[in-house]
Design a protein around this ligand. Structure first.
Ligand code: TRP
Length: 364
């Protein structure tokens, strides 16, 4: 049988999704979904993972589950083509995690660069919740329960995929070929790998207040683009400007397509030409920001409008999630069955085992 191509990816529902999520992963997911190249697509909300550092604030996760579901539908994820589900509703994932925990050492987890950074970011120092510390293992369960071959995600997820592959190799080595090694699918555009916040800080984060959300109104988007960080030494229009670290240009790299010039800035033929003029001097920040705002509105308008439409029937969105959970659970349960059989912990449907033990005791 030809190996199936299966996509799985997800997000922690700790906030509404922003354009960093969009260019880093969501936009690509929709393209992949509509490409017809994949046999199955699973998109999920990692609410269990979100709780690993929000256990005292479950309401935040609860509120954001529906926000993220709306963001998914708004960008064009389609429950007819993709199974959209919620992690905590799939108990099989916990069981898989339980077994995988025996295949990973504490020192291996301590070396995970993403976990290291996150521990620093959260000032956890020594008071790390065990569940947080071990979330790479639970993430390996998320991925392998669905036999995912392809995980579209940002660069920061690379260490998680490496951990998942190690578990798969170890499992298959001990118990025979059962699990599938996943691969990450990174954005192909460098600007999309890690879109900076509007203040030019490395990451878009809710607490820094530097995000543009998919649900932001047109006015909010306009305001945020106009106040974006550029080149602080570019003071007069005639001054030469720098592109590195210039958020407006990074965003243009992520959003601008050649056809946008004809529509919004016909004096220039390409982004290279615009950049050359900016570097030379004589091009003001506001003109570039207006261009960026026009492009972003064009991309975000339909998303915002679809979001509003879906928000009119919230019970239908929960129903969609519930159906997704049912489908996802069937798949995860099938994998878990194979895992139990491979590990020989399927005592009650192993007739050979029962017969063998009966014989052993009869001979004693
Ligand atoms: N760790 C991911 C994030 O923070 C979310 C996630 C959980 C995930 N399980 C996953 C992503 C499995 C891809 C595959 O965004």
């Amino acid at each position: 049988m030809k190996k199936e191509k299966i996509i799985l990816t997800g997000d922690r529902p700790t906030g509404k999704l922003h354009i960093g999520h969009y260019v880093g992963s969501l936009r690509r997911r929709v393209e992949l979904q509509n490409s017809g190249l994949y046999d199955k697509i699973f998109i999920f909300e990692a609410d269990g993972q979100a709780l690993t550092d929000n256990i005292d604030n479950p309401e935040k996760v609860r509120q954001n589950v529906i926000e993220v579901a709306l963001d998914y539908l708004a960008v064009g994820l389609d429950p007819a083509k993709s199974t959209i589900f919620i992690q905590s509703q799939i108990p099989e994932l916990c069981e898989l995690t339980f077994y995988y925990m025996d295949m990973v050492t504490v020192s291996r987890l301590q070396r995970n660069p993403t976990v290291k950074t996150e521990i620093q970011m959260r000032n956890f120092e020594t008071s790390i919740p065990v569940g947080f510390f071990t979330y790479p293992i639970s993430q390996a369960a998320d991925i392998t329960a669905f036999k995912a071959t392809t995980v579209p995600a940002g660069e920061d997820q690379e260490p998680m995929l490496e951990q998942a592959r190690e578990i798969v190799r170890r499992f298959n080595h001990i118990y025979g070929d059962t699990l599938v090694e996943p691969e990450i699918l990174l954005p192909d555009n460098a600007a999309c790998l890690r879109l900076p916040g509007t203040d030019g800080k490395t990451k878009m984060s809710k607490s820094l207040g530097n995000c543009i959300y998919l649900s932001d109104s047109a006015d909010e988007v306009e305001k945020k683009v106009k106040s974006m960080y550029t080149d602080p030494t570019h003071i007069k229009v005639s001054d030469p400007g720098k592109l590195e670290g210039n958020t407006v240009f990074t965003y243009l790299d992520a959003f601008c397509k050649p056809e946008h010039f004809g529509r919004y800035l016909p004096d220039y033929a390409s982004l290279d030409e615009l950049k050359a003029h900016y570097t030379r001097g004589g091009l003001g920040d506001m003109k570039v920001k207006k261009f960026l705002a026009a492009i972003m509105q064009e991309e975000l308008d339909p998303i915002r409008n679809r979001r509003k439409e879906f928000a009119k029937d919230i019970p239908a969105v929960y129903d969609m999630l519930k159906k997704g959970c049912e489908t996802a659970r069937e798949t995860a349960a099938r994998t878990l069955d194979e895992v139990r059989r491979a590990m020989k912990i399927n005592y009650f449907d192993d007739d050979a085992l029962i017969a063998e033990q009966a014989k052993r005791f009869a001979e004693e």
